[in-house]
Design a protein around this ligand. Structure first.
Ligand SMILES: Cc1ncc(COP(=O)(O)O)c(C=O)c1O
Length: 375
């Protein structure tokens, strides 16, 4: 049996939406992007969405919109994809890591205050695997010295914790529509915010800092545009938006299937003494973006390869990023600095998780994991 690590849920109706755009005049940022942005804002219950080309771009622009630059520090987690910390470095600011909770793998709010210095300007929590961080506490901690909170919600579109979704307690939240995400346009991203000025600034920052986009320039009486600030070329296009619009209608139903699969996995592994799992925090609805197991660090790669040999698509999300060469060399990070993130990073394996996974495939994955971890 071959079980892919991920299979997207693009349906014929989504393809028809893309074909309609391809048969239309406007391929770049236009009405279809606006339509997606409005729909995404409604879904998230936030005021504004700005569509961009990736979550990396979303993180970068959000930091810029809040004035991050050289000399500033941004507190984040080493248990994430490199995009989180890299986006901080793009602005000239410095990523400052804080260790994570052993139960969830999310940034440990208890450790944040000790990492705040006079240079700290923002906190960038990451809602790992779809489980939201303790945003209520993080908001309180941020408010004391007046820090900005920019959520990396790449995994967490559907998530809710203590009644709050992404964007609710942060100044901005950033989402990914990368190929393996819960909704996808191959590549793509968005920023959600409730701040009008920031949304307007982001609209300019995503297109070179120009005062008018192509649709605006073309469809009205021609007016010259200005470049008001230095921006980037990060604008989402109508093709990406068309692919996403219909997926949003299925996102909750698909999450229910993900939830069910996770529960089947959890039930199947709870009596395996050589497997442990991260937990969903009380009062939380996880987006269930990824399902990971943890095994003994010295056995991890062996289990990973055994699963691959059995035809199970696997991944590692994530090895702690402070241990990667660039971060060690540039910032002097060393093993031992963030022991919980290191332990998770050394022991974690991501299993297949997507709505199209059949019951027989789920059973096969379970058997393969139990066999691969047996003595
Ligand atoms: C936690 C996290 N943040 C950010 C990103 C970057 O997303 P993108 O590939 O859309 O730039 C990813 C990508 O997988 C991620 O897992």
């Amino acid at each position: 049996m071959k079980i892919e690590f991920y299979r997207h849920d693009v349906q014929p109706s989504d393809i028809n939406n893309v074909v309609a755009v391809l048969n239309s005049l406007f391929l770049t940022t236009g009405e279809v992007v606006s339509e997606f942005e409005d729909k995404f804002s409604k879904y998230l219950d936030c005021k504004y969405t700005v569509g961009v080309t990736s979550c990396t771009a979303a993180l970068h622009l959000s930091l810029l919109a809040y004035g991050m630059g050289a000399g500033d520090e941004v507190i984040t987690t080493p248990m994430t994809f490199i995009a989180t910390a890299n986006s901080i470095i793009y602005t000239g600011a410095r990523p400052v890591f804080v260790d994570v909770e052993p139960e969830t793998g999310n940034i440990d709010a208890d450790l944040i205050e000790a990492a705040v210095t006079p240079r700290t300007k923002a906190i960038m929590p990451v809602h790992l695997h779809g489980q939201m961080c303790d945003m209520k506490r993080i908001r309180e901690i941020a408010d004391k010295p007046g820090l900005v909170v920019i959520e990396d919600a790449a995994h967490a579109i559907e998530a809710v914790r203590d009644g709050a979704r992404p964007v609710k307690l942060g100044e901005a939240a950033c989402f990914s529509f990368y190929a393996t995400k819960n909704i996808t346009s191959g590549e793509g991203g968005a920023i959600g915010t409730n701040n009008k000025q920031i949304a307007e600034k982001l609209m300019k920052l995503r297109l070179h800092g120009m005062s008018k986009g192509a649709a605006e320039r073309y469809s009205r009486r021609y007016e010259h545009w200005d470049m008001e600030m230095l921006g980037w070329k990060y604008n989402m296009d109508n093709i990406q938006a068309a692919l996403l619009i219909g997926q949003l209608d299925r996102i909750e139903k698909n999450r229910e299937r993900r939830e069910l699969i996770c529960r089947i996995y959890e039930d199947a592994f709870k009596n395996n003494p050589r497997v442990s799992m991260l937990q969903v925090a009380p009062g939380s609805k996880s987006a269930r973006h990824m399902f990971t197991i943890q095994v003994a660090p010295e056995k991890r790669d062996d289990v990973l390869w055994k699963l691959q040999k059995k035809g199970v698509g696997v991944a590692v999300n994530f090895r702690a990023i402070h241990l990667l060469s660039y971060y060690r060399q540039t910032f002097g990070y060393k093993r031992g600095m963030f022991p919980v993130a290191e332990r998770i990073g050394d022991s974690t394996i991501t299993l297949p998780l997507y709505p199209g996974l059949s019951d027989a495939e789920i059973e096969y994955v379970i058997r393969a994991v139990n066999e691969s971890t047996a003595k």
